[in-house]
Ligand binder design. Structure first.
Ligand code: ATP
Ligand code: MG
Length: 424
């Protein structure tokens, strides 16, 4: 019988890969707490209606990427393709948005039925950050400074570039939309099928096209920047000034429209040239209109989402070793030694809370246990045989330093020995 395999585009993260994930996750958590952000945990499944209403019907996600199914009650449910909608749903549901300010983050798997390729999967992990209740350009800038700091801590600042744009208010965008439709209508022959459809439903998305045949038409299209009112302009300029002031480099990309309908004013992406067409590792923007759209009182909101797999692909291009290490590998030979060794291991873990001790439970011969000790990457092997047990002693061997020979220690001296090695 053939073995059952994982679903296409959904990947296992194996034990040899998790140390790098944990390394990145720890730095991310540290930086978020530097700025006073709190974690929120959300369900992986929501009512389909939530995503249709928030993301918008005419988007890649809702049109073709959602995992939607009827549950046993006949309700239409969807595996979350992103976290913004669920986060806002939760905050509205629990009354967190009444005259309050929030800085939140969540972390977890998202699901989209896309064509799998490097950096694009059907289950992928996102770090999401959402803030509510702040209209000031300082919070837009804060998100950019936070991510800039994160790249620096991770050592990838040189590998990513910040691209920024302003989409203005919905009213400003409507005027622009008319101008854009009029322009594209003069170039109908060059538009592809997707774009012709979007011309009616969501013409701004045409600017997002990856079709090279349309590159020229898109390049010469009217620019949204020229349709912004004073307030939008000022908001955008304040962000740019703050970034310049604090030495964060950026590029203005007037073609950056982002896939989702709910953005207003600031939109941004952190992109890299090292991952081919899956070059966006972090993307976000302001979505002041969405809270009202989901039935709440009009309020400010801005956030971003970061693709963890793409971040990890970038980290793998660096020369960092973050193997998970253990301190002690304990070898036991003989029935008595097995009994004494297990008790001793427990006792040491109690005495030295940070100790990382792995007990050999294979019951195999001493040679084979030694091989496993070497492979484990441990600093020391503790060896317990019948002789040692009779003497109340244990053999200790350094696995890192060949010069240091094996020594025989009293069981009662082990804790002190470990403390002297700075294992406390
Ligand atoms: P793309 O243009 O690459 O499809 P997107 O605009 O659909 O991206 P968002 O919805 O903004 O992406 O999601 C934020 C981030 O999540 C992306 O910048 C990317 O890093 C990551 N991401 C999105 N879709 C996937 C996927 N299918 N596999 C892996 N990571 C993804
Ligand atoms: Mg996409």
């Amino acid at each position: 019988m053939a073995n059952i395999q994982a679903i296409r585009g959904m990947h296992d993260i194996l034990p040899e890969q998790t140390p790098l994930w944990q390394y990145a996750e720890k730095i991310i958590r540290d930086v978020l707490s530097n700025y006073g952000y709190s974690e929120i945990r959300l369900p992986a499944v929501e009512k389909t209606e939530l995503f249709k209403r928030s993301i918008g019907e005419v988007t890649d996600i809702v049109e073709k990427e959602m995992y939607t199914f009827d549950d046993r009650n006949g309700d239409s449910l969807t595996l979350r393709p992103e976290g913004t909608a669920g986060c806002l749903r939760a905050c509205l549901e629990h009354g967190l948005l009444h005259n309050q300010v929030h800085r939140l983050w969540y972390y977890g798997a998202m699901y989209r039925h896309e064509r799998p390729q490097k950096g694009r999967y059907r289950q992928f992990y996102q770090l999401g950050v959402e803030t509510y209740g702040m209209a000031s350009a300082d919070i837009d800038a804060e998100l950019l400074l936070l991510t800039d700091r994160l790249w620096k801590r991770l050592g990838i600042r040189e590998k990513v570039r910040l691209q920024l744009n302003s989409l203005g208010t919905i009213a400003e965008r409507l005027v622009y939309r008319d101008a854009l439709v009029a322009y594209f209508e003069q170039h109908l022959a060059i538009l592809d099928e997707d774009s012709l459809r979007r011309l009616k439903s969501n013409p701004l998305r045409i600017l997002d096209t990856k079709n090279p045949a349309m590159a020229d038409v898109v390049k010469n299209a009217p620019e949204l920047m020229n349709y912004l009112g004073d307030d939008s302009r000022h908001h955008f300029q304040t962000i740019l000034d703050t970034l310049t002031d604090l030495g964060v480099s950026f590029e203005i990309n007037t073609r950056l429209v982002r896939g989702l309908d709910y953005y207003s004013k600031t939109v941004f992406e952190w992109v890299t040239d090292e991952l081919g067409s899956q070059g966006t590792i972090c993307a976000g923007g302001r979505y002041d209109g969405l809270i009202e759209q989901l039935g709440g009182k009009a309020n400010s909101a801005i956030g971003f989402a970061m693709g963890m797999e793409r971040l990890l692909l970038l980290l793998e291009t660096l020369d960092i070793t973050v193997a998970s290490t253990i301190d002690v590998y304990m070898i036991r030979v003989g029935e008595q030694a097995e009994k004494v060794g297990l008790r001793l291991a427990e006792q040491l873990r109690t005495e030295i809370p940070n100790l990382k001790l792995q007990l050999d439970c294979t019951g195999s011969g001493i040679k084979s246990q030694f091989k496993k000790a070497d492979k484990s990457g441990a600093k020391f092997a503790f060896i317990l045989g019948e002789d040692e047990v009779t003497q109340g002693k244990i053999a200790v061997k350094s696995l890192r330093d060949e010069q240091v020979g094996q020594q025989l220690l009293m069981l009662s001296d082990l804790a002190d020995f470990l403390r002297k090695q700075n294992i406390i």
